[in-house]
Write a protein of this length. Sequence first.
Length: 199
Amino acid sequence: MNLLGIALFLLVTAFAPASYSQESCNYSLEKLKAIQDIEYLRRWYAKATDKIGTGIDQSVEEGRRTYHRIFSKDSVILAGEDIPPQIGPEAWVQVVANALKDIGPTQHLIGTQLVEIQRFDLDEDCKPLRGTATMESYVQAWHERKDERVWLFLGTYLDRVQYSREMGWQIHEMTLIRVGGETRYMGSVIARSVPGADE
């Protein structure tokens, strides 16, 4: 190979994409898919938490399996000064189960979500290769108590997530920040206190 050929080879190699071909991949579309997959981690979390909160063995196991799918095995979970940092999904299952065991039904509603992709690489077949991102999610959590009152919790989840070929997108760091909340009587109790409500 002459000097010109060597120079052209080096030039092409230097500017070639490291993990995928721009011509064969729709990077923006794949990135949008990744963002949706990341958002669903928090939605699955909400569903799993409500399952664990029932205290019914089958539902708790369903919630546990979901936690093990959405959290990395060495994930760090922070939820305020009253709860020590927890490592891994199984530790968080125990915290949630203990916190919700003495109350009635719960419903965790995930609202506003913002995902920021930090790194997202595709392979030569346009398949995700590796990635990292952050996510912020609002939550309103309804906790029905046994004294006919409701504890409404308002908070924000701050997550760091990562992608691996083996496990897909997973949360490897979660921080729950309490924003506000209130305890109030449920509607049926209020209605009974209104004259003529039972007529």
